[in-house]
Write a protein that binds this ligand. Structure first.
Ligand SMILES: [Zn+2]
Length: 498
């Protein structure tokens, strides 16, 4: 049965180039999108850029650019990164897109107004420019923002507020009931712990202090704050707010794909996705996303990545040096999907030499060589053993958003297959017992076929290359009896690093 599957990443803030954490998020979403396509689902995969706000304006000034020019540049880098990482996104939405994004935001805002959930209030508070948000005294450490190390500004102004308090109980109930699934469990607890204390949220700022953004409808002295402006990308990209003027088109993208099946986000924006956004959707009368998958941060050799320390990993540099497939493999295998993980070039090279060159590459190369040298490169498949490949753990791991474990399952098969080669010694069998040799090769070719199938969501190019070596144009899990593999060893998948 075909199900629809709509997955989104968070949208990258365009105050700087995409970092390695965003590359990881793109990759995780890509695996889920590719896996769902592989099992026959109707997939829509969205990424995008969050382009408004004072931080973007300041970053642009520093670079002697307009905010739009900087946003264009960063959006271009995101497109480039997605291409270099072989990301299979179907769309990319930009919040400065006045044709696609703004009409949806305006419509959405008006829905909240109609529900009586936006009200104007004088507000005074401590504003952290780095955060672009008000902070509580209790958030500060020694009077400064613990993240930005700056003293927040005392600000008094009139803003639009959203009645989050009206919806927080409903949101909590839906999370507790699993209607809105939060993965992993630790993040579920985190969000449940903070919902009760949540207050109404500032949804706009005076245009005098926030110029670069979407004007509040019918109140041009106010600019929308990030929540209504950015979170709405998940529906604007599907055409929400676009089809009102025309006759209702059935099967529009919004009807087909909303609600999202998974919003994939970093742990720093959990509150906004698991509380603000669902409350906003309830106010607008729209269904809630089904799940929010939360990943951790990447540290570098045990340290937090920061511009000040100067240890920021540029994904473009990694891809340039090691290639897209190795970058994909390392990030997806080494960083636990829902936890913090560590990046180091040393570990990357160890994984490359151990898992990719000596593990997968070696297996494929020696089996292909043996078949080519002893069977003239041809193998007719017969089901001769009771060897059943177990992929339940692999599927379960993907469904539970443990992508590193899913890859671990594939590598168990690779290790097992290499051990099988060592144990059977097919180079001896080829001389002494051609029948036994054929059996060994049949088992191994069958295993490699499955490995390639399982690798498709993770290492699509490698899976394709393996399929080419084995003349394997099967798109299914199983191999029909008497299927003829025509095997030509290639140049090798992963040459050892020098
Ligand atoms: Zn701050």
């Amino acid at each position: 049965m075909t199900n629809k599957f709509y997955i989104t990443t968070a949208i990258l803030y365009t105050n700087g180039p995409p970092h390695i954490g965003f590359a990881l998020e793109l990759l995780q979403a890509d695996v889920l999108a590719r896996y769902n396509r592989l099992i026959g689902n109707d997939v829509w995969f969205l990424t995008g850029t969050d382009e408004h706000g004072t931080t973007v304006v300041r970053a642009a000034e520093k670079n002697k650019k307009t905010p739009q020019q900087l946003a264009d540049q960063v959006a271009g880098q995101v497109i480039d990164l997605a291409k270099k990482l072989n990301i299979s996104n179907d769309d990319l939405i930009r919040t400065s897109d006045k044709a696609r994004h703004w009409p949806a935001v305006v419509k959405f805002w008006n829905k909240l107004v109609e529900s009586g959930d936006l009200y104007k209030k004088k507000y005074s508070g401590l504003y952290c420019v780095g955060h672009e948000s008000f902070m509580k005294k209790s958030d500060l450490v020694n009077g400064v923002c613990p993240l930005h190390k700056t003293e927040p500004e005392k600000v008094e102004e009139e803003n639009w507020f959203f009645k989050l308090t009206k919806y927080k109980k409903d949101v909590k109930r839906k999370i507790e009931a699993g209607e809105l699934k939060i993965v992993p469990e630790s993040r579920l607890q985190e969000i449940l712990n903070l919902i009760d204390d949540a207050e109404d949220v500032s949804f706009s700022r005076p245009s005098s202090s926030l110029k670069w953004g979407i004007p509040v409808p019918d109140d041009p002295d106010q600019t929308m704050y990030v929540w209504a402006d950015a979170l709405t990308n998940y529906i604007s990209a599907l055409g929400y707010g676009q089809d009102d003027a025309k006759s209702k088109i059935k099967n529009s993208k919004f009807d087909r794909f909303w609600p999202a099946d998974i919003h994939l986000i970093g742990k720093d924006i959990l509150r906004f996705h698991a509380l603000y956004w669902p409350a906003m959707l309830l106010s607008a009368g729209l269904p809630l996303p089904k799940a929010i998958n939360v990943h951790g941060f990447i540290t570098v050799e045990g340290e937090k990545m920061s511009k000040t320390i100067g240890n920021v990993i540029d994904p473009f540099v990694v891809i340039e040096k090691y290639g897209s497939e190795t970058t994909r493999y390392f990030l997806l295998r080494e960083i636990p999907s829902t936890e913090d993980g560590d990046f180091s070039y040393k570990k990357l090279e160890e994984r490359y030499n151990g898992d990719l060159a000596n593990g997968l590459g070696n297996l494929v190369q020696r089996v292909a060589t043996l078949v080519e040298n002893n069977l003239g490169g041809e193998l007719i498949y017969r089901r001769i053993t009771n060897y059943e490949l177990r992929i339940m753990n692999y599927e379960k791991a993907i469904q539970e958003f443990r992508l590193h474990d899913a890859l671990g399952e594939v590598w168990k098969v690779i290790v097992e297959a290499n051990k099988y080669v060592d144990g059977r010694k097919p180079w001896v069998e080829a001389q002494e017992s051609p029948e036994r040799f054929l059996e060994t090769m049949t088992v191994l070719v069958g295993l490699i076929h499955h490995i390639a199938w399982l690798l498709q969501p993770f290492l699509p190019e490698t899976a394709q290359k393996i399929a080419e070596v084995f003349g394997d144009d099967l798109l299914s899990k199983g191999i029909p009896e008497n299927y003829k593999f025509i095997i030509k060893k290639g140049a090798g998948l992963f040459p050892r690093l020098k």
